[in-house]
Design a protein around this ligand. Structure first.
Ligand code: UDP
Ligand code: MG
Length: 316
């Protein structure tokens, strides 16, 4: 099978038929063998009914129905697990992504040998204030942290080699950082293609303003996991040692000062009178805490089933 199209959706009843027809038209025009997998993420409208009736009409339509609204990442995770095509395309269900982009994306994966191609909504049709400007800042930060030169990390329209989606685990709200997940899994050939973006025709956006806070926290988590996930002590231990060292030097300073005053018979200040005493106390306690966190981190990773999970590309 050439292409699997993975479509996560939550209450998108008005768009589904139109989306299917459009995809079907593009696929037949280009003679692709394909499947389209709708993942109904706990919709409360008629979305599932529509998916059922589409799948009765044609075997190319598959559906997965969640009992609850788990989120876009869990939906993608299940779609990726089910996908059988050589190239996997993800797209939103709200008709904001155009199926006309699929043939070109397919070509980039198969003939230009990209592992992953991310769409770039160069001209966006979302409301300016809450989407476009924050998204620019967000993407600039993501570029710095991840080292990936992508303009639009969180575009819903992306294409992957099948082995990429089988080797990454999208969870929580990590769908925003799939290229970073892929890079951390060793797929470094990551490209970008300018894609057409359209206005949302029906319904409303499913993501509120809290996505900025969550997005940044997730970015920090991913960065930490990719650098220190298997060796947490290297992170906590370093900061803990520095902290402790600073505190220890301060203590020596405070003590030496007192001793000097006593020995030279000048009135010695009380140790608690100097701010260094409190700084030393704080630093040494914090340092110890960081160290203990490091040990706990090591215990956790040691007990994790994942501790020796390595992605092996080939064996001969
Ligand atoms: N979506 C989903 N589960 C959710 C929220 C969103 O499957 O909990 C789907 C949604 O139906 C759409 C895609 O994810 O197909 C992108 O969502 P949306 O269009 O609301 O995001 P925006 O384009 O506003 O960033
Ligand atoms: Mg949308």
């Amino acid at each position: 099978m050439d292409i699997s199209i993975v479509v996560p959706l939550y209450n998108e009843e008005e768009s589904l038929e139109k989306l299917y027809e459009w995809v079907e038209r593009v696929m037949t025009e280009n003679k692709f063998s394909y499947e389209i997998i709708f993942i109904n993420d706990g919709s409360t409208d008629k979305s599932w009914k529509i998916i059922e009736s589409l799948s009765k009409k044609t075997p190319a339509v598959r559906g997965i129905k969640f009992r609850n609204n788990y989120g876009k990442s869990p939906a993608l995770y299940c779609g990726f697990k089910a996908a059988k095509g050589d190239v996997v395309i993800t797209m939103d269900a709200d008709l904001q992504d155009s199926p006309d982009e699929i043939p070109e994306l397919y070509k980039m994966i198969t003939s230009e040998n990209y592992d992953l191609v991310s769409g770039w909504k160069k001209k966006r049709y979302d409301s300016k204030l809450t989407k476009n400007i924050p998204s620019k800042i967000y993407n600039a930060t993501a570029r710095k942290v991840t080292g990936l030169k992508l303009h639009d990390m969180n575009c819903g329209l992306k294409a992957y080699k099948n082995e990429v989606v089988k080797n990454i685990e999208v969870y929580g709200e990590m769908h925003r950082y799939i290229p970073y997940l892929a890079k951390n899994a060793g797929f470094s050939n990551i490209g970008e293609k300018v894609v057409v973006h359209r206005k949302r025709e029906f319904g409303t956006t499913k993501f509120g303003l809290n996505r900025f806070v969550n997005g940044y926290l997730d970015l920090i988590s991913l960065w930490f996991l990719s650098r220190f996930g298997k060796k947490p002590m290297h992170f906590f231990g370093m900061f803990g040692s520095l902290m402790f060292l600073f505190g220890f030097l301060a203590v020596i300073g405070v003590g030496a000062n007192k001793l000097y005053a006593l020995l030279s018979h000048v009135p010695a200040p009380l140790i608690t009178d100097t701010p260094y005493f409190y700084l030393a106390l704080l630093a040494m306690i914090l340092g110890t805490q960081l160290f203990l966190t490091g040990f706990l981190g090591e215990l956790v990773t040691r007990n994790s089933q994942e501790r020796n999970n390595y992605l092996i590309e080939k064996e001969i």
